[in-house]
Design a protein around this ligand. Sequence first.
Ligand code: PLP
Length: 374
Amino acid sequence: MKRIYLDNSATTPIDPLVLESMTTAMTENYGNPSSIHAEGRKARATIEEARKRIANQLNCSIGEIFFTSGGTEASNMVLKNSVRDLGVGHIISSPLEHHCVLHSLDSIKESGAARISFVKVDREGKVDLDHLRELLAAANEKTLVSLMHANNEVGTLLPLDEVSKICQDNGALFHTDTVQTIGYYPIDLDKIPISFLAGSAHKFYGPKGIGFVYINGDNIIKPYLDGGAQERNMRGGTENLYGIVGMATALELAYVNLEARQKQIRLLRDYLGVQLENNVPGVEYNGDPIGGHYKILSVSFPKSPKGEMLLMNLDMAGISASGGSACSSGIDVGSHVVGHLHPDSERHTVRFSLNHHNTKEEIDYVVKELKKML
Ligand code: PLP
C-alpha cells in the first residue's frame, strides 16, 4: 500500500536534488574545513559558498548566518546567550511557542537570570499586539521579544513587519522562530529589522540535523559551544558539511519554486477543508485556516469513542498525520497549543500538513477513510 504523507510540519521528505548535492559532497569533499591543505580548503570554500547561498535568499550578510544542528539549537542559543551576553533582563514570548523556546524560557526563569512575560493570544492563536505594546512600555529592563512566525501546530501567522516595528519603537530585541516559514514565505532581512531568526533544513525538503541562526550584526552573542574556532568562534565542532550543502540547495530550490509550490499546496489544503466539511459531520478548525500557513490544516472532530484512536486508525489506513506536533517522546500527550486555545474542548484534533507532492486523489482517499472511521 502506498502511504500518504500529510505530516510535513513535522518533517519533509528530502528533495532528490538535495540528496544529489549531498552525495556529491560526501564523495568528493571529505576534507576537514579547518585543515589548511587542499582538501581542507576545498571543504572550507564549500561551506562559505553555502553560507552565501543562504544569505542571498534572505537578503542578509554572510557574516550574519551561523550554522547550527537545527531550529532547537538556534533558539536555545539566542535566548540563553542574549540573557548571558547582551544584558537582556526580560523576555516577552507567547504560550504557543515551540517547546524549544518554552523550555529554554523555563530554564532561564529557573536560573533567575531574566524575567519572562507572556503576551495574550486570541482563540485563533493571534498575538494581541496592543498587549505586546503594553508589556514593552511597562518594562524597565533590556527586553527581547520571542515570537514564532508561524505556529507549527495550527499554522497561525505573526505579522513579522508589524511586530518588528513595535520592537524597534520600544528599543527591544526581536527573535523569531521561522522554522515553519523559511522556504515557504519570502523573508527579506534587509527590509524587516529582526535581531535573531531560526531556521531548520528538514522543514523545507532538506536534511535533518542542520539549521542556522541569523544574528543581526549589531547583537553579537558569545559562543554557544566551546571548542575550536569554527563558525567564526561562535560554535566549536567540525561543521556538518554535507548537511550545510544540502540545506543551501534545499533553500534555493524552495525559493525558486516558491510560487508554484505555494499555489499547489494551498489549492489542495483548501480542497481538503471543503471535502471534510462536505463529508464528515461537525468539522471545526484550530487556528486561522484562512489567513494562516497554507500548508497546515488543523482540524477537530466532535468527541466520540472512535475519535480516540483516530491517528492510529489513519496510520493503519496508510495515512500519516499528527495530533499536534510530532511528539519527541513518541507518545502523543496532546498539544499545548490546542490545549491553550480550547482549554475545555474534548474534541479530537488532527493536524494535516501538506507538501507539493500530495495529490487530489490522496485527499479524496483520506476523506473517504475519515468518513468511515468517524
Ligand atoms: N520550531 C518550530 C516551530 C518547529 O516546528 C520545530 C520542529 O518541529 C522546531 C522549532 C525544532 O526544529 P529542529 O527539529 O530543527 O530542532
